[in-house]
Design a protein around this ligand. Sequence first.
Ligand code: EPU
Length: 424
Amino acid sequence: MIIGGKRLVGDVFISGAKNAAVAVIPATILVEGTCRIENIPSIDDVTVIVDLLKYLGAKVKFTDKHTLEINCEKLKGFSPPHDMVRKLRASYYLIGALLGRFNHAEVPPPGGCNFGTRPIDMHIKGFEALGAKVNIDKGIVEAHATKLNSAQIFLDLVSVGATINIMLAAVRAEGTTIIENAAKEPHVVDVANFLNAMGANVKGAGTDIIKIKGVEKMTGGTYTIIPDQIEAGTFMIAAAATAGDIVVRNVIPKHLESISAKLVEMNAVVEEYDDSIRVTRNLPLQKANIKTLPYPGFPTDLQPQIVALLSVAQGTSIITENVWDNRFQYIDELRRFGAKINVDGKVAVIEGVESLSGAPVKATDLRAGASMVIAALMAKGMTEIHELRHIDRGYENLEQKLRALGAQIVRRESEETDIVGEVI
Ligand code: EPU
């Protein structure tokens, strides 16, 4: 439950990046030795991917809440079970990692948030270019190679998952693989840095062209995950939403430039320091037009949160969702607060209203859940957010962090069944 209208003031520490952690953890499959990974976010998606590795026979130990030691030397399986794989999107990285280590993987197609079709055709195209035969039969993606070779692969679309998955499969293949039109997201760079710290030879991550020179063996080491760009952006939006004053700490300001620019356009003040960003706002929120794009463009994973903010900005804003076909499902929930938003295909037109009113709503997926939280923080009166399990997949201690900033927010376990979930 959230009672809106409180200014959020204070410091918040950002956790490790979800989308880096859920790739780095399966990437340890490629390593014969112990990988020590620091700054792991304490979120449900990490729990699931760790359980998947344990199922495959990895030795996994949390030395503290945010530090993992993983040893995959004695992995004994190629085939994780359906029910576990379906819990998250990132389980597709098991295909690239198992293929890269053993030339063989049998993995059911991944699950994750539902925003239209989420194909993995470019991942498969990449594996095939590396010399694997890939069959999808009885709901299992089976990839097999006698030996993986290097290849030059042009991605038709910029895809985070395909870029990382091809890197995983190629890192121990013979020769130099080149990925063109690669994704440049901070977590793509993080995975490349992790692989290099473990003994790989990956160059160019963060640009359009990544070159992966295959190595025979990777032997382990220590690596620290980068801060979560999307969690940081969510708190920056929360500061602007509540006319607050938040110092968002443990961030890489460069990763947040597209968000800072939009918040400034909307009348917030953003000050950048070495590893923190302060967001304040005194003036009324102004409309803005936003197009989501691959990095360094405005991230699709902050689109639902910024739409909540724009719903009370002066004027009419236009949001174009260029990454996912169907990422506006949550807008029905925002309308329950009184937001005036029309959706036509990939475009949402938001007519700013004076204020929102608290309502019972549900988190329809992870970032949609964060959008409900932003709306609730601004709304007059009380909001109940149901189906918090989506938020728990990707935000560490969201309600504790918000409460420490002054939000009136309470989570209580629901007496009802899982379908309703808990209530903040
Ligand atoms: N696409 C294809 N074929 C493919 C792969 C992708 O057509 O083989 C299309 C997708 O349908 C989409 C576009 O390419 O239209 C981009 O998809 P991408 O592969 O980049 O997405 P992803 O790797 O599945 C990751 C994040 C998402 C984030 C997107 C875009 C992880 C685990 N997930 O997904 O994060 O929205 O990149 O940045 O890294 C989230 O954290 O809430 C989340 C959904």
